[in-house]
Design a binder for this molecule. Structure first.
Ligand SMILES: *[C@@H]1O[C@H](CO)[C@@H](O)[C@H](O)[C@H]1NC(C)=O
Ligand SMILES: *[C@@H]1O[C@H](CO)[C@@H](O)[C@H](O)[C@H]1NC(C)=O
Ligand SMILES: *[C@@H]1O[C@H](CO)[C@@H](O)[C@H](O)[C@H]1NC(C)=O
Ligand SMILES: *[C@@H]1O[C@H](CO)[C@@H](O)[C@H](O)[C@H]1NC(C)=O
Length: 520
């Protein structure tokens, strides 16, 4: 159920015959100088306005890349058969003199959705499992409705760790039954991490403009980190979870995975907000600033900020890595940009926080999983499975499809045995609240910090159990070429500060590079 940097999946990695494919690095459209690869939303909108590009051309480019790259990277489960016609409609709207002035920054932009986010169209929503294939959802997820109204083109569904990795303790983080084993586009032996790997790989390899992922514990931050893209895991409740396959309503969050901070912020601006179908959005919507998040894309965003650094244990998995040296350089850049770095802080009880069986996270999520999945399945119009018990039976009945012997389903079986939120679960939830209050919140307040900055994604669990936001930005590549990110974390509702810091950091380091040529 947790995204892990040092994954269990290396031994399972698919052996792929490497074919040098594609030509797509520089695609010239209409003889103009516009390049789709690495183009940001703002650049695409400029090209639309200057008639150098249409949404239809953009969709065609991505569909071609998906058909060439996906047999190896395996990051996309389905493409939308209606994507082209939706793009044509967007192109038509852009030439309509009445409509054109009111179109927002996401109009005509292709979006890939993690395969756990409901769409009421020809696409399936299955959490990567055959058990949900063919199920009929009652409506679009709230965030999808917002994306459609903003004029985006839903390009397809992205692969993911099946059921977010909640099926078994041993499941590889880069696998789901429907998609098979996915591949990191930078380093063949490196893991793409999970669970939103399909979203992260696809934007990293320029198979789409932007994507959505979901996170319960590390599932946006870790794959964004390992595939050299930007991920925002919003404060829990800032974005509605209604119509998204749940794991833990206490921790689940929906957020953008994109190539740049500014792209991710454009997407966040569209998807954040109150939704009567998700109670948590009621209190969290008070965090949304008037005028949205775009105003925090400021050049001087690091100036005057106080940033905490916790090395032990968050940096331990990078001992001896080039990444540590690059991080020191980045810290100096942040200081030079006017930030104050408060170094070598310690989080009280951090070893308990990091261990899901000691913090209470394992206990709470086991019960929350059964309750929330059963509730989700009940509101489907039709589905091959109606309960967690049915999913377990489906896996038993389809051992070849679901690789039931190799992958197992111990966590599902454990969850099925829970009986709601009883004394033990309440105690576990209270413990996590205390750990957060006496841990992360305490060092933030004691040191008057605007945020914590760390290397990689090992701080994701600490942010997850407290519902705190995190934002990762590409930080560079280690000696093997493996990407790593720089993670900014903060208190609930601190997205404006995180965006200011992340944007200034990104603009002054420009660390992201596209994947090596055979994936470009
Ligand atoms: C959805 O799944 C069904 C199988 O149940 C398949 O026939 C269909 O093509 C899938 N939809 C898309 C858009 O791939
Ligand atoms: C990394 O280094 C730290 C500090 O020197 C040490 O405490 C820790 O055990 C090391 N971790 C690993 C995984 O080697
Ligand atoms: C986490 O805690 C459990 C239970 O106390 C223990 O058995 C396990 O070894 C711990 N895991 C790690 C990585 O420390
Ligand atoms: C955190 O650590 C302190 C000091 O070791 C301890 O008294 C407290 O019980 C711990 N908190 C939790 C929630 O385990």
């Amino acid at each position: 159920m947790k995204a892990k940097r040092s994954s269990t999946c290396l031994g399972f990695a698919t052996v792929v015959v490497k074919v040098i494919i594609l030509t797509g690095l520089v695609k010239e459209i209409n003889g103009s100088d516009f390049r789709i690869s690495e183009a940001t939303i703002d650049e695409i909108q400029r090209a639309f306005a200057e008639r150098k590009l249409t949404s239809t051309q953009l969709v065609d480019f991505y569909l071609e890349r998906i058909s060439s790259l996906n047999p190896i990277l395996r990051s996309v489960l389905e493409v939308n058969p209606d994507a082209r016609s939706h793009a044509k409609e967007a192109d038509r709207e852009r030439t309509d003199p009445v409509l054109a002035p009111s179109l927002g920054p996401l109009h005509g932009i292709p979006v890939l959705l993690k395969d756990s986010i409901n769409t009421k169209d020809k696409l399936n929503t299955s959490a990567g499992s055959f058990a949900l294939l063919g199920s009929k959802v009652p409506r679009d997820a709230h965030v999808v409705g917002k994306l459609r109204r903003a004029g985006t083109v839903i390009l397809g569904k992205a692969s993911l760790t099946e059921w977010y990795g909640s099926r078994s303790l041993i499941m590889p983080s880069n696998w789901c039954a429907r998609g098979g084993y996915a591949q990191n586009p930078y380093v063949d032996s490196g893991t793409p991490c999970g669970s939103s790997f399909g979203s992260a790989i696809s934007v990293a390899a320029n198979m789409v403009s932007v994507s959505l992922g979901t996170e319960t514990d590390g599932s946006i931050i870790c794959p964004a980190d390992q595939n050299s893209v930007v991920g925002i895991k919003p404060t829990v409740g800032l974005t509605s979870r209604a119509g998204v396959i749940p794991l833990s309503p206490r921790q689940d969050s929906i957020g953008p995975i994109c190539r740049t901070v500014s792209d991710a912020v454009h997407v966040l601006d569209v998807i954040a907000g109150y939704d009567p179908r998700d109670e948590a959005t009621h209190s969290a919507s008070k965090y949304i600033p008037e005028g949205g998040y775009r105003q925090f894309l400021k050049k001087e965003g690091l100036k005057g900020k106080r940033l905490g650094v916790v090395r032990n244990p968050f940096f331990n998995s990078y001992n001896g890595s080039l990444a540590i040296f690059i991080f020191e350089h980045h810290l100096n850049t942040m200081r030079a940009r006017g930030a104050t770095v408060v170094d070598d802080l310690e989080i009280p009880n951090i070893s308990i926080i990091q261990n899901a069986s000691q913090s209470g996270e394992m206990t709470a999520i086991a019960a929350e999983l059964k309750l929330s999945i059963n509730k989700y399945l009940k509101q489907l119009i039709s589905s091959p499975v109606k309960s967690l018990a049915d999913i377990i039976q489906f896996n038993i009945d389809h051992p070849d499809l679901e690789k039931t012997k190799e992958i197992g389903q111990d966590l599902f079986i454990g969850s099925e045995m829970t009986k709601g939120i009883g004394e033990e679960e309440k105690g576990a939830i209270k413990k996590m609240e205390e750990l957060s209050a006496e841990g992360f919140e305490k060092i933030m307040r004691d040191n008057e910090l605007d945020g914590l900055v760390t290397l990689g994604s090992d701080a994701a669990t600490m942010l997850a159990i407290g519902g705190y936001p995190g934002m990762t930005v590409p930080g560079g590549y280690d000696q093997s070429g493996m990407p790593f990110g720089i993670l900014f974390g903060g208190l609930r509702g601190s997205e404006p500060k995180l965006i200011e810091m992340a944007f200034d950091f990104e603009q002054s380091t420009k660390a992201r590079k596209p994947p090596p040529p055979h994936y470009m």
